[in-house]
Ligand binder design. Structure first.
Ligand SMILES: [Zn+2]
Length: 342
């Protein structure tokens, strides 16, 4: 699915990944959507601000300036790792870049050198500005690098992308040098390692990812949608019956957001090697359960074209863009199927 995440889903994805998120101003409705499209979105772009000081940097990224109105990004990543959300819509961060790079990001393959600036990046990328002077001397504290890693992983996980979908501004266009001071290749390796595991909240506070405090106006179904958990499961886990009302301040346990109940995504390549595994059987049984079956017999442990066709039906069922409905499982699609642990 390449539509932008709702503000709630973006926030939930970041929190589940252990990001220390701060909602800034009217970030949910602060955007440049009146100036052009936001979406289909295909990746995440990392920048540096060429500034110092958290408060003034965040304000600048939110407001912009006369020649470049804000928001200038979706979030600002401070040196201490805090992430200030400034927009959930179109933002002025990427400018024009190379359509060959966009194609490589969509296909999740190695990036070509940039030559042309022919494509509007603001419609295709989430943008995160990291507070750094960009002079090559200003340090990148580990807390800040850790936050970049978690932000990248959170959005990739939400879409089922690999770390190849996270690029630096300087990889988008030959007119920019940011981010300067760390390697985007190393950062992608960190993100890919993180994506291999389940979302890991930080041990020292932040959101636990398994509980939620009800805010005014929340409903069970809205909380469920924001966290990717069926609302009936939340009701059952918290002993809530009809008429299913919840109150501000109430603490809810969110089932299925942690723990080993479901089989983790085995990776896109795994399926293409025609695996023979009980995971394939478990997946097939789930596909049959949700009414996406092209099986003449089985399902069984050997990956076959019937598995691929059944999974394609699931992708269609999720409402994904046809270009993502090729029967090869992606991470988000796999997680949505909830294949029981084998
Ligand atoms: Zn930039």
């Amino acid at each position: 699915m390449a539509s932008p995440l709702s503000a709630d889903r973006l926030l939930a994805a970041l929190r589940a990944e252990g990001v220390n998120v701060i909602e800034y101003g009217n970030w949910r409705s602060h955007n440049r959507n009146h100036k052009g499209a936001f979406g289909p979105v295909n990746g995440v772009m990392i920048h540096h601000t060429v500034s110092s000081g958290t408060d003034s940097s965040v304000r600048l990224c939110y407001d912009g300036y006369s020649e470049l109105p804000g928001p200038l990004c979706h979030g600002v990543i401070a040196k201490n790792g805090a992430v200030y959300l400034t927009s959930s819509g179109r933002a002025n961060h990427a400018g024009k870049g190379d359509s060959d790079v966009l194609r490589a990001v969509v296909a999740e393959r190695a990036l070509p050198a940039t030559t042309d600036n022919d494509t509007d990046g603001n419609s295709h990328f989430y943008g995160f500005e990291c507070i750094n002077l960009g002079d090559g001397d200003d340090p990148w504290p580990e807390a800040q690098l850790d936050a970049i890693e978690r932000v990248g992983a959170a959005i990739c996980r939400a879409y089922g992308w690999s770390a190849a979908s996270v690029i630096g501004h300087k990889e988008w266009t030959n007119t920019k040098i940011d981010p300067r001071g760390f390697s985007m290749g190393d950062m992608r390796a960190r993100i890919e390692r993180r994506l291999g595991g389940k979302p890991q909240p930080k041990p020292d506070g932040g959101s636990s990812g398994t509980s939620y405090t009800v805010k005014a106006g929340d409903t069970l179904s809205a909380v469920g949608r924001a966290h990717g958990v069926p609302w009936k499961e939340i009701a059952a886990a918290n002993g809530i019956g009809a008429p299913y009302t919840i109150k501000p301040g109430q603490r809810l346990t969110l089932p299925g957001t942690s723990g080993p109940r479901f089989e983790p995504f085995p990776g896109a390549d795994w399926f293409k090697n025609a695996p023979h595994s009980p995971i394939v059987t478990a997946m097939g049984r789930r596909l049959v359960e949700v009414g996406c079956s092209a099986y003449g017999s089985g399902p069984g442990p050997q990956w076959t074209t019937a598995d691929r066709e059944s999974f394609r039906q699931w992708q269609m069922h999720l409402g994904d863009d046809p270009e993502y409905c090729d029967g090869w499982p992606g991470r988000r699609q796999w997680d949505a199927l909830k294949v029981p642990k084998v």
